[in-house]
Ligand binder design. Structure first.
Ligand code: 0A1
Ligand code: ZN
Length: 858
C-alpha cells in the first residue's frame, strides 16, 4: 500500500542503466505458506553510462529480504540498504556476482503481479513491473539477461516437463528483459502437437491446462499453427526455439502474456469448445493466440527501451494480429470490428482526462497505460505507415527493422527510421502521430461547378486540445476516397484536366491545415465516399444528406464505407429523436433501408450481419432514442425478421467459418429484435432455440434475447436452467453473469447486488469482477446512469473495495466515471462526487490515484 504521493516519471529523464545483468540464475523453493527465491546475478557496470560511481540500485516490491552476498561473501547489514522498494549496495566492483535471497507469499498475492497462485497453480505475471515482486532486480526492459530457472532444488532441463512433478520451467538462450520471465507449476495436463517451420525444423507445441479443460485446447492449438505459418509467409519470421508452450490460468489481470516460449493466457482467452464458447470467443481466441505468438518477434526479439515505447511492441503487434485475422476471414468485417472498437472506446479515451499520445511523455503507474491508445491507435499508426509505403516497401521496412534491432531494446523512433530508410520516404511529420494526443477532426466541404465539370473537395484538419497539449501541428494523414456518379458507378478521379486512365480510388495525403483537391471531367454532382477503409483514425465531418447516406449504403464499392454510411444514417436518425415525443415519426427511409438489407441474399451475409447492428449505446451515449428506433424497426420489419430467422436456421453441422458465423449472427440479431418488442412468435423461437441449441452462440443468442425481453418468467427460467447446466464451467458462468449485468431488464442495481452475493462470484477473480461490475458500468448505461446517482455510488464502493486487493483492476473499473465532464450537470455532479469519494479513500493505490486525480484535475 502506498504511503507517499506517487511520483511522475518522464520520458525526458531517460538514462541508460548504470549496471547491466549478463545472467540470472533463479532457484525457487515453493511451499504452501510461501516461496523462497535465490537469485544469482552476474552484473557489470554499463560502459555507456556516465554515472561511473553510481551505487547499485535494484527494484523490489513486497519482498522480505533474507540475505545478500557479493562475490560469494555475505554482506553485513551496514553494507547494503533495504528501502523496501529498492535494495541499494553502495560499493561494488566493475564486475561482480550478487546473490540475493528473498521470501515472498504467492498464496496471499491478490494483485496478480509477480508470482501468485491461481486455482492451486503457481504462475507469474511480470509485465510491466511484476518481476520486482519476485526478487530485487533492475526491473526495466533495457536490461536484458540470460535466464536460467530451477525449482525446489531440482535442475530442470530446458523445456522438459518433469513427469509426475507437474512442473514447467524454462531456460532461455536469448537474453531478455525480466518482464518476459515466466514460471508455472501445477497439476496440469499436457496437450501436444508439432509445427514444421519453413526451414524444416520441428517445433514441439504444448498446451498446459487443468484436467477439466483438456478438451478445450484444439482451437487454440490450430490457431497457433496458423499464426506460425502466417508469420513466416507474410513477415518472413520463423520461430526460434524448439518448444513453444501455452498455459491457461483462471486468475489473470489481462488477456494473455507473451513470455518467451511460455505464453500464459487468461482461460477465457484460450479455452474453447462448441458447447461453451461463442463465435465471438472463438474469433477472439484466434486473435489473441496470434497476438502473443507474433510478439515473439515484435516485442521479444526486438523489445522496448523503456515503457514509454510500449506501443512499439503493442501497436505493431495489434496491427499484425489484425492483418492475420483479416486474412483468416473477411477483411471488411475485421475492419468494421476494429473501427467500431476504436470509435467507441479509443476516441472516448482520446477525448477524456486520461488522453495521452501513442508514445506518452509521462506516467505515474505504467499499468494504467495498457490502453486503447497504445494498442489500437498504435496499430492504426502502423497501418497508416503500411498505407503510405504500400505492402512491398512496408515489408522491406519490417525486414530492416528486425535485422537492424534483433536482440535490442529500442524506441518507436527506431521503428519509423527503419521504415524511412527502407522506403526512402520522409516520415518526419508523420512522427507527430506518436507525440500528439487527441483525435484529429477533418472538416470536409465540397462544391461542384457544372459548367467546368469540376468537383472541388476542401479538407481542413484540426486536433483538439488534450491534457497538457494545446495548439497542435497538422499531422500527415492518408486519406483514401472515391466519387460515385448518379448511377452509382465509380468515377475516374482526374486531378488534372488532361489526366488519362485515372483510378477510381485515390490515396490522398494531407499534411497542411487545409487542402483543396479538384477533380476534373465530372459530369454531374457526385457523391463522395470519404476516408475509405477508414484510412486514418480521425473523425470526418461532412454535411451528408440522408439521401447521400442511403445511396452510399447501397452503392459504395468499399464495403467498409457502405457499413459506415448505414451507421451514420442510424446515428442521425437516433440523434434527431433525442427529446422528441414518444410518438415522433421515425425516418421511413431508414426502415426501408433495413428492410432491403434483411432480405438481401446477394450481399456478403457477414457484411449484412454487421450492417444490421445499430451503433452501440456506448458509442452514442444515448439509451432511450436508440431503444425507440430499435423497437420501431423491429415492429415494422417483423415479417422480414421471421423470414430471415427461418432462412438462416439449420445449415448443417456446427462449423466456425465466416459463412456459418454470419448465419448465426443474422439469426440471433433477428431474434433479439423480435424480443425487443415482446413478440410472441419471437418468444417461442427463442425458447425452442435455447433447448435445441448444439452450440454456445445459439444458446447465448436465445438467452440474451430472453433476458432483454419483458417475458419475465421465461427469462428467470432460462437463466436458472442455463446456470444449472453450466455451473461447473467458470468461463460460461462469466458469460451468464455478464448477460444479466449488461441488461437493462435484468441488471438493475438490486439484481447486480444479488449477483455479487452469488456463490459463483469471486472477488479475487478479475473475470468475474469484469463480468458483473465492468459489464454493469460499461454496458448497462440506463441502470448505471440512474438519475439518483446510485450506479455511480455503487461503482465507487466496488473500486474502493478492490483498490486494496487488486489495484490494476480497480483502476480500470473507474473508467466510466472519468467521463463525467461529458454529461449534463445533474449527472456530472454525482459522477464527480463519486470520484471524490474514491480520491479520499486512505492508502489509495498509485494506479487508482493517477486515474482519479487526472480525472478531477482542472
Ligand atoms: N503484453 C500483453 C499484455 C499484458 C500486459 C500487462 C499484463 O499484466 C499487467 C499482462 C498482459 C499483451 O499485449 O498481450
Ligand atoms: Zn501485446
Amino acid at each position: 500500500m502506498r504511503t507517499s504521493q506517487p511520483q511522475t516519471i518522464y520520458l525526458s529523464d531517460y538514462k541508460v542503466p548504470a549496471y547491466l545483468v549478463d545472467t540470472v540464475d533463479l532457484r525457487f523453493e515453493l511451499f504452501e505458506d510461501g516461496a523462497r527465491v535465490h537469485s544469482t546475478l552476474e552484473l557489470r557496470r554499463n560502459p555507456e553510462s556516465d554515472e561511473v560511481s553510481a551505487p547499485l540500485e535494484l527494484d523490489g516490491d513486497s519482498l522480505t529480504l533474507e540475505s545478500v552476498a557479493l562475490d560469494g561473501a555475505q554482506l553485513a547489514a551496514g553494507d547494503y540498504e533495504d528501502r523496501g522498494d529498492q535494495l541499494v549496495v553502495r560499493s561494488v566492483p566493475e564486475q561482480f556476482t550478487l546473490t540475493v535471497v528473498t521470501w515472498i507469499e504467492p498464496q496471499n498475492n491478490t494483485r496478480l503481479e509477480g508470482l501468485y497462485k491461481s486455482s492451486g497453480m503457481f504462475c507469474t505475471q511480470c509485465e510491466a513491473e511484476g518481476f520486482r515482486c519476485i526478487t530485487f532486480f533492475p526491473d526495466r526492459p533495457d536490461v536484458m539477461a540470460r535466464f536460467r530457472t530451477r525449482s525446489n532444488g531440482n535442475d530442470v532441463e530446458r523445456g522438459e516437463l518433469e513427469n509426475g512433478r507437474h512442473f514447467v520451467t524454462w531456460e532461455d538462450p536469448f537474453p531478455k528483459p525480466c518482464y518476459l520471465f515466466a514460471l508455472v507449476a501445477g497439476d496440469l495436463v499436457e496437450k501436444r502437437d508439432t509445427f514444421t517451420t519453413c526451414s524444416a525444423r520441428d517445433i514441439d507445441l504444448r498446451m498446459y491446462v487443468e484436467p477439466r479443460n483438456a478438451e478445450k485446447c484444439d482451437h487454440a492449438m490450430d490457431s497457433l499453427k496458423r499464426s506460425m505459418r502466417w508469420d513466416e509467409e507474410v513477415y518472413g519470421r520463423e520461430y526460434d526455439l524448439d518448444i513453444f508452450m501455452i498455459v491457461a490460468v483462471d486468475d489473470f489481470n489481462m488477456g494473455a502474456m507473451e513470455n518467451k516460449g511460455l505464453n500464459i493466457f487468461n482461460s477465457s482467452c484460450v479455452l474453447a469448445s462448441q458447447e461453451t464458447a461463442t463465435d465471438l470467443a472463438f474469433q477472439r481466441i484466434e486473435a489473441i493466440v496470434a497476438h502473443e505468438y507474433f510478439h515473439n518477434w515484435s516485442g521479444n526479439r526486438v523489445t522496448c527501451r523503456d515503457w514509454f515505447q510500449l506501443s512499439l511492441k503493442e501497436g505493431f503487434t495489434v496491427f499484425r494480429d489484425s492483418q492475420f485475422s483479416a486474412d483468416m476471414g473477411s477483411p471488411t468485417v475485421k475492419r468494421i470490428e476494429d473501427v467500431t472498437l476504436l470509435r467507441t472506446a479509443q476516441f472516448a479515451e482520446d477525448g477524456g482526462p486520461m488522453a495521452h499520445p501513442v508514445r506518452p511523455a509521462s506516467y505515474m503507474e505504467i499499468s494504467n497505460f495498457y490502453t486503447l491508445t497504445i494498442y489500437e491507435k498504435g496499430a492504426e499508426v502502423v497501418r497508416m505507415i503500411h498505407t503510405l509505403l504500400g505492402p512491398d516497401l512496408f515489408r522491406k521496412g519490417s525486414d530492416l527493422y528486425f535485422e537492424r534491432h534483433d536482440g535490442q531494446a529500442v524506441t518507436t523512433d527506431d521503428f519509423v527510421k527503419a521504415m524511412e530508410d527502407a522506403s526512402g520516404r520522409d516520415l518526419r511529420q508523420f512522427r507527430l502521430w506518436y507525440e500528439q494526443a487527441g483525435t484529429p477532426v477533418l472538416n470536409v466541404s465540397d462544391d461542384y461547378d457544372a459548367d467546368k465539370g469540376v468537383y472541388r473537395l476542401t479538407i481542413e484538419q484540426s486536433i483538439p486540445d488534450t491534457p497538457g497539449q494545446t495548439n497542435k501541428k497538422p499531422q500527415h494523414i492518408p486519406f483514401a476516397l472515391g466519387l460515385l456518379g448518379q448511377d452509382g458507378q465509380p468515377l475516374p478521379l482526374k486531378l488534372g484536366a488532361g489526366e488519362a486512365d485515372a483510378p477510381t480510388e485515390r490515396g490522398l495525403e494531407l499534411t497542411e491545415a487545409t487542402h483543396s483537391f479538384e477533380f476534373h471531367g465530372i459530369e454531374s454532382r457526385p457523391v463522395p465516399s470519404l476516408l475509405r477503409h477508414f484510412s486514418a483514425p480521425v473523425r470526418v465531418r461532412y454535411a451528408w444528406s440522408r439521401e447521400q447516406l442511403l445511396f452510399l449504403m447501397s452503392h459504395d464499392p468499399d464495403g467498409f464505407n457502405r457499413w459506415d454510411a448505414g451507421q451514420r444514417l442510424a446515428v442521425d436518425v437516433i440523434q434527431s429523436l433525442v427529446g422528441a415525443p414518444d410518438d415522433a415519426e421515425i425516418e421511413p427511409r431508414l426502415v426501408e433501408a433495413y428492410r432491403k438489407l434483411i432480405s438481401d441474399t446477394e450481399l456478403d451475409q457477414a457484411l449484412v450481419a454487421k450492417m444490421l447492428q445499430l451503433p452501440s449505446e456506448a458509442y452514442l451515449a444515448i439509451h432511450r432514442a436508440r431503444d425507440a428506433v430499435l423497437r420501431h424497426l423491429a415492429g415494422a420489419l417483423k415479417a422480414e425478421l421471421i423470414a430471415c430467422y427461418q432462412r438462416h436456421q439449420g445449415g448443417g453441422p456446427y462449423e466456425v467459418t465466416p459463412e456459418a458465423i454470419a448465419r448465426r449472427s443474422l439469426r440471433n440479431t433477428a431474434l433479439a429484435w423480435l424480443l425487443m418488442i415482446d413478440d410472441q412468435e419471437g418468444r417461442e423461437l427463442a425458447v425452442s432455440q435455447l433447448s435445441a441449441a448444439d452450440n454456445m452462440t445459439d444458446r447465448m443468442g436465445a438467452l440474451r434475447a430472453l433476458v432483454n425481453s419483458g417475458f419475465e418468467s421465461d427469462r428467470q427460467q432460462a437463466l436458472d436452467e442455463f446456470y444449472d447446466r453450466f455451473k461447473d464451467d467458470p468461463q460460461v458462468v462469466e458469460q451468464w453473469f455478464s448477460v444479466q449485468a449488461a441488461s437493462d431488464q435484468a441488471g438493475q442495481l438490486p439484481d447486480i447486488q444479488r449477483l455479487l452475493e452469488h456463490p459463483a462470484f469471486d472477488w479475487k477473480n478479475p473475470n468475474k469482477i469484469r463480468s458483473v461490475v465492468g459489464a454493469f458500468a460499461g454496458q448497462n448505461l440506463a441502470a448505471f446512469h440512474n438519475p439518483d446517482g446510485s450506479g455511480y455510488e455503487f461503482l465507487a464502493d466496488q473500486v474502493c473495495r478492490l483498490d486494496d486487493s487488486n489495484p490494476q483492476i480497480a483502476a480500470r473499473l473507474v473508467t466510466p466515471l472519468t467521463r463525467w465532464r461529458k454529461f449534463a450537470p445533474s449527472y456530472s455532479a454525482r459522477m464527480k462526487s463519486a470520484l471524490e469519494r474514491i480520491r479520499d479513500k486512505s492508502g489509495l493505490s498509485r494506479d487508482v490515484y493517477e486515474v482519479v486525480h487526472k480525472s478531477l484535475a482542472d
